[in-house]
Each structure stands twice: as C-alpha cells, then as structure tokens.
Design a protein around this ligand. Sequence first.
Ligand code: SF4
Length: 197
Amino acid sequence: MLPLMEDFYTIQGEGFYQGHAAYFIRLGGCDVGCVWCDVKESWDASAHPLVSVTEMADRARSSGTEIVVITGGEPVMYDLTELTTALKHAGLKTNIETSGVYPLSGVWDWVCFSPKKFKTPHPGIYSQANELKVIVYNKSDFAWAEEHAAQVNPQCELFLQPEWTKEKEMLPLIIEYVKSNPRWKVSLQIHKYMNIP
Ligand code: SF4
C-alpha cells in the first residue's frame, strides 16, 4: 500500500519521453520543499489514500498504456520494489521522476533524475540516472547543472528545463546555452501548452 495522490493516462510533457503516451502514478509525500513546487498538495502523505500496488498496476494496465511514470511528491521516500514488480508483471515499462534524495529501490526501465537545490541527492542516484533534468530558475542554475552532469554516466541524457513561472526569462538563456553546449537539450513542459495534466 502506498499513498496515491492521483493517477491518470496522458502525454509525458517533459524530458526524454516527451510526447509519449504514459500513465502517471503520483505518490503523496515529499520533504524536499522546492519554493516553486507546482504540486505542493502532494507534500503531506497522510492527505492521500493508501492504495494497493496491485490496484495501481491494474488501473495502469487497463488504460492501454505501455509506459508508467512514477512521480510525486517524491517517490523515493518509499520502497518501490513491490509497485515496480507489479507493473512489470503487468507488462509495463517503469519510468521514475525523482530528485534522488533517498536510495532508489525497484526495477526501472528509465530513471529521470531531477536534482533540487533544496535537498542534497543521495550519491547512489548518479550512476542510476538515464536522464538528468535540471530545472532552471535563475542564471546560477547553469553552473549547478554542470556540477551534476559531471557526476552522471557519460550516456546519461542531459536536459535543461525552464521553471514554468520563469520561462520567458530563462528560455532564451537556455537556448543560447544549449547552442554553446550541445551535450544538453531543451526540455519544455509541453503538457502545459496542451492544457492536459
Ligand atoms: S521535489 Fe517535486 S514534489 Fe517535492 S517539492 Fe520539489 S518539485 Fe515539489
């Protein structure tokens, strides 16, 4: 049983799987405390009902999706072994979006590591990340992004994504940065343009 804030079938709007249909499972609970967090209602785990991993996997499978994205909140607060095992038994691909602040458990097809300045990541996440997605809120975040990029595997995909409320200001800087540093790619929250969750 895990606290479930919401689950829904939509289009992944960000990062490497941008544009792919995906079933999102948003677990409740987060102690990272990002000032610009757009899902603050997820923070209090006790505000969300406990749902069995079997029920979550059944709901995901019946949606018709191929990919499930486990997000939050901060999903690595929990042991995700049983949830990912149930999803794999249902024939689904398991992706996670995490700030990596606790050791990662479970069986994953894709790990999107999105570090936050508000809580230091657990060192184990760097070798497990398939994707590093850094949210750019101000100019100093480029140097901060490079600090993390220096610690991930060479194959790890690198994305810079403007924080939604700072997009007008930060996107032109990101574009120039990526042109000068083509190891990085731009990630935009296209689900917000499409008005979908
Ligand atoms: S890690 Fe995610 S859910 Fe937690 S405070 Fe930051 S943006 Fe919000």
